[in-house]
Design a protein around this ligand. Structure first.
Ligand SMILES: [Zn+2]
Length: 416
């Protein structure tokens, strides 16, 4: 079909998107069936999902597809794929980037998936259940079909739209958005939206994030038979004591509130625990636990880590065990996006016009790709309509949210 420039009638686009509802649902299902799990969780990476996405985009007639693989010897394909797909608009100046991530977190405890099995999605009550459904496949499908609606109608959007599918978001983005930013792909006057967070009615635009840390805490004692514990040093007991002491110290010392943020305090949660020993009658000589911290930007994370280190030294003195704290991941909060940045104002208008809703602009805890844009001096917003099912068992995506967010994306692409 010949692409012609006509004055955009937004209602025509919305009607077209509505017609695509079933196709969108099927695409969401197909993508959930192709999981992409990073090597940190013993996965093979995003290669299969990326190939599927390229197929989907080419079938729509989007043939300007660019690959930005990051090499990673930890996965069988030895690469972490990143894909950029362009639909050219009337102007190439302020391009609209919609950035979604391909990778998902593992399903977790299988027995908790009571409605559908993680990679065998089902549709129920207007929702699609499966791992990765909401995080981040729902908005990914919205972005693809926002573009498809323009293609189907033979209308050129006002501005060039770039769909950006990235790897490695769940484990720090080194092989994903950081790789792309490093390639100099983005410009200061680009409009960047990262639909990887939001609330259930789409009335919240995130412009600031907390800093985040992931700590791995190894406690080394001495293994012994459980009937003669004094021959050893129980690393599990010391590990638990230290984890609790650290938890208490962090909550007490870093207790400020900031109303800009949806959860107005810093959060610190002991999370993962490695298996230590297979037998019940052995005193473990080693113990490993993990902590996830989301920290208000006012706090100095390095100072916080120093305090954690001093606490570990104290515990070592008291118990005779060795405690090692490894920083698995550390993201220092980027400066917030200006609440008057063009993308913020455009998105506010788009939501108002499509939903007759006023929006709140503020901060949340999740580290998303947006932080890396902000660090690079490119204003970015995080926005989507979602029930915040990310990383939970029985994760689902609401079909209405997927369809209606596609309309907002289309509005942004066509907005004068
Ligand atoms: Zn996500």
């Amino acid at each position: 079909m010949e692409t012609v420039v006509i004055h955009l009638d937004i209602q025509t686009i919305f009607n077209e998107i509505e017609k695509l509802r079933d196709e969108m649902t099927q695409t969401l299902i197909d993508l959930i069936r192709t999981p992409a799990i990073g090597p940190e969780s013993d996965g093979e990476g995003e290669i299969w999902k990326s190939e599927k996405l390229v197929q989907i985009c080419k079938a729509i007639g989007l043939d300007e597809v660019q690959n930005y693989d990051a090499s990673d010897g930890r996965v069988p394909s030895e690469k972490r794929p990143n894909i950029v797909v362009f639909l050219r608009g009337e102007t190439d100046k302020e391009r609209l980037w919609i950035v979604t991530h391909m990778d998902i977190v593992p399903p977790g405890e299988d027995s908790l998936w009571t409605i559908a099995k993680p990679f065998n999605p089902i549709v129920k009550d207007g929702k699609v259940y499966g791992r990765g459904s909401e995080d981040n496949t729902q908005p990914m499908v919205s972005s693809i079909f926002a573009v498809k609606a323009f293609k189907n109608l033979g209308i050129k959007p006002k501005r060039t739209v770039a769909l950006c599918f990235v790897a490695d978001e769940e484990s720090g983005s080194k092989y994903g958005i950081q790789h792309l930013i490093g390639k100099g792909l983005f410009r200061k006057d680009d409009l960047v939206i990262v639909p990887d967070g939001g609330n259930s009615d789409g009335s919240f635009i995130e412009i600031a994030e907390k800093s985040s840390i992931w700590l791995k805490i190894d406690t080394i004692g001495k293994q012994a038979h459980a009937s003669r514990p004094s021959d050893g040093l129980n690393a599990h007991r010391v590990g638990m004591e230290f984890a609790l002491a650290l938890d208490k110290m962090l909550h007490e010392r870093y207790s400020d509130q900031d109303v800009l943020f949806d959860i107005p305090v810093s959060t610190f949660e002991p999370t993962k625990k490695d298996r230590n020993i297979d037998a019940i009658n052995i005193v473990p000589g080693e113990d490993t636990t993990y902590l996830d911290g989301r920290i208000l930007p006012r706090y100095d994370v390095d100072e916080m880590l120093k305090n954690a280190g001093s606490l570990a030294r104290e515990c070592e003195k008291k118990t005779g065990a060795k405690i090692r704290i490894e920083v698995v991941n550390k993201n220092i909060a980027a400066p917030p996006t200006d609440a008057r940045a063009k993308i913020v104002l455009m998105l506010k208008e788009a939501i108002k016009r499509t939903r007759e809703k006023d929006v709140r602009v503020g901060g949340i805890g999740g580290g998303t790709c947006a932080a890396f844009f902000r660090d690079a001096g490119i204003p970015a917003v995080v926005w989507a309509t979602m029930d915040e099912m990310a990383h939970q068992p029985n994760e689902y995506a609401k079909i209405d949210n997927m369809v209606n967010d596609a309309k907002v994306f289309a509005y942004l692409a066509g907005q004068r």
